[in-house]
Design a protein around this ligand. Structure first.
Ligand code: IPE
Ligand code: IPE
Ligand code: MG
Length: 267
């Protein structure tokens, strides 16, 4: 952790940080950002007001995570189910919000040395959204700090289906299906074909708004992640809440099926 970066934290954040073990920070935090609609409803506002406010929570969490030295942060922004099952007006608003967010946030990413990545069926998103996404990704590609991955039109089952299809295709190009039958597909092979092949598995997954489910998020990768659920709704979540979740993570005994805590990272 560089002093310069910690200097960017608020007083309260530094206070929580002082109780953390800097050597045992999570390597990869995954977040299911839930509760925007309920946040708005509580205030008699339209659901979209919750999504708008959620963007501020993203900024706070991303900058705090980057400044304390978390290598990877993955945020579940829209699921494949959200696209299919939500009213068109809400989906269209979310698209517009994403474009606005990326355009305005690139300077924050660059200030905090954050590199942007995406996972999901990105090619199914509208072209204008893809263009802004590519622009923002390119504009942050030189950053060497935290990798922040946005899961957009993401579904874990589609990811696995895409991976299996890619494995079959690779085998077909490399001697036909006969070759595939002989080739042992092991866990490492599957991992290599997932959208997240370049990332370690998350060691901590946070879900806001009290829901106790994974909602089709990183089912393979979260196999041994510590799960932290908070009643706090996503628009109310911030860097302080993130540090509190990390403090909770550091109290857990990670056993990975064994009997004693394993000190080193699993991935
Ligand atoms: C999370 O908030 C954001 C997205 C899924 C896009 P929700 O929109 O799911 O909010 P709730 O769960 O209805 O409160
Ligand atoms: C999960 O939230 C997806 C995202 C946060 C993007 P949902 O609100 O869509 O999940 P369910 O419907 O409550 O399972
Ligand atoms: Mg929800």
């Amino acid at each position: 952790m560089r002093t310069k970066d910690i200097g960017r934290l608020s007083h309260k954040e530094r206070e929580i940080l002082s109780h953390l073990d800097a050597k045992r920070l999570p390597h990869h935090i995954a977040v299911i950002m839930d509760g925007n609609g309920r946040w708005a409803k509580k205030r008699h506002l339209p659901r979209i007001a919750g999504h708008k406010r959620g963007v501020e929570a993203v900024r706070s969490v991303a900058t705090t995570a980057a400044n304390i030295g978390i290598p990877s942060l993955t945020l579940y922004a829209f699921s494949v189910e959200n696209w299919k099952r939500r009213p068109k007006t809400e989906v269209t608003f979310l698209m517009t919000l994403l474009k606005t967010y990326l355009k305005q946030e690139v300077s924050t990413f660059n200030d905090n040395n954050i590199r942007l990545e995406y996972i999901g069926r990105i090619h199914e998103l509208p072209l204008d959204v893809q263009q802004v996404m590519n622009w923002a990704k390119d504009a942050t590609s030189q950053n060497t700090g935290m990798v922040m991955t946005l899961a957009l039109n993401y579904g874990s089952r589609s990811e696995l289906a895409d991976a299996f299809n890619a494995i079959v295709e690779a085998a077909a190009n490399n001697g036909g299906l006969e070759h595939l039958r002989k080739k042992a597909i092991d866990e490492e092979t599957i991992g290599k074909y997932l959208y997240t092949s370049h990332l370690p598995d998350p060691d901590l997954v946070i879900r806001t708004s009290g829901e106790m489910r994974l909602s089709n998020f990183l089912l393979w990768q979260l196999a041994y992640a510590e799960i932290y659920v908070t009643e706090t709704l996503w628009p109310d979540f911030d860097g302080k809440h993130l540090l509190t979740a990390i403090a909770d993570f550091q109290k857990r005994e990670r056993r990975f099926g064994g009997l004693v805590e394993k000190a080193e990272h699993s991935a």
